[in-house]
Design a protein around this ligand. Structure first.
Ligand code: UD1
Length: 325
């Protein structure tokens, strides 16, 4: 298929592009390089430098004719979304509606969307399945949930078929070592652990050590970015073959604590990684992990790279070049 990947120069986007190409799709990347990186674009990809807030950029892109598209062009910092909701309204909501309208205009009616575990909010039970109540606790999560509802309406009215892929905690890097672009100013745990390992940060702050978990720190479901990327490819095939839309949780059903991740990183990197116990971060649930039974049943998807050692070692492969010690 001819596939447009919007946000394809980003961290997750570049891994999606790679897996799409491996599956034989012809991929065009659309990105404004605000957080995406030119080095993440493969030489064999057509590249459109464009902005999702400029409808004409999208109009020209979709006019080239695609069988489907993946949308990953969003802001994703939970804390920032609570300080500057306007940025998230404009980029995540208006930007997505611009994309959907351009896609419909040019009859590109298969959409794969990066949704998030953040749509669920505080867990009512674990593991979180697709039917779990949706009560986002931050504005970022709210934007993702809204977009899931827009997609349902466009499905009903315009026959736009979609897959909403709710990522739990995306982590890791391309196991082949081909994708090496580092996120600027990362907010997530594993990149910060790595920044501490190479001396870019003096120490890591552990946000909360008094949670009701096995070691007092938060449990999250870390899922390798290549496993996520493979799910995009499978989801596109699935919605195309079956002419249906789906919403799927993507996780491993296994939780890892903050301390366990730090310990694994110390073992694998051989670095001390100083860590200091710090206050809880507002809005953090103690435990969050998914069941991906539905993704397994419908797509035949199983995580292959999401064990803690592979998550850490593939990330270290990218960061170790920065080590000054
Ligand atoms: C959040 C969202 C997730 C979203 C992701 C995007 C929720 C519940 N989850 O994940 O859906 O896709 O952001 O960025 O809204 N931690 C530290 N020290 C640090 C950084 C993190 O201790 O310096 C801890 C956090 O408190 C948390 C865990 O590490 O317990 C993971 O944090 P993070 O990587 O920021 O992801 P989430 O907040 O779980």
């Amino acid at each position: 298929m001819k596939v447009l990947v919007i946000g394809g120069a980003g961290y997750i986007g570049s891994h999606v592009v790679k897996e799409m190409m491996k599956a034989g799709h012809q991929v065009t990347v659309f990105d404004n390089l605000s957080s995406g990186l030119r080095e993440n674009i493969f030489p064999e990809n057509e590249f459109i430098y464009g902005n999702i807030l400029i409808p004409n950029d999208l109009d020209e892109a979709f006019a080239r004719g695609f069988d489907g598209f993946v949308h990953l062009a969003a802001f994703k910092a939970v804390g920032e979304s609570m300080e500057h909701p306007e940025k998230y309204s404009v980029n995540n909501i208006t930007g997505t509606l611009n994309i959907m309208n351009a896609a419909v205009k040019h009859n590109c009616l298969r959409m794969i969307f990066s949704s998030s575990a953040a749509i669920f909010g505080m867990p009512a039970y674990l593991p979180i399945d697709e039917d779990h109540p949706k009560n986002p606790m931050n504005y970022y999560g709210f934007t993702k949930l809204e977009i899931e509802e827009f997609m349902e309406w466009y499905d009903r009215i315009k026959n736009m078929r979609f897959a909403a892929l709710r990522y739990f905690n995306a982590a890791g890097y391309d196991p082949d070592g081909q994708i090496k672009g580092l996120e600027r100013n990362p907010q997530n745990l594993l990149p910060r652990v790595m920044e501490t390992a190479v001396g870019m940060r003096k120490q890591l702050c552990v946000f909360g050590t008094d949670y009701e978990t096995r070691d007092g720190t938060c449990i999250r479901d870390y899922i390798h970015v290549t496993d996520l990327a493979r799910a995009h490819v499978m989801a596109l095939d699935y919605i195309a073959k079956n002419d249906v839309s789906v919403k799927l949780n993507l996780g491993t059903e296994k939780g890892t604590t903050v301390k366990e991740l730090i310990e694994a990183a110390r073992r694998i990197t051989g670095k001390p990684i100083p860590a200091k116990d710090d206050a809880r971060r507002a809005g953090d649930p103690a435990s969050l992990y998914a069941t991906s039974k539905k993704a397994k049943e419908l797509l035949g998807w199983e995580p292959q790279f999401s064990d803690v050692d592979t998550l850490v070692s593939t990330t270290w492969n990218v960061y170790k070049g920065l080590d000054k010690s």
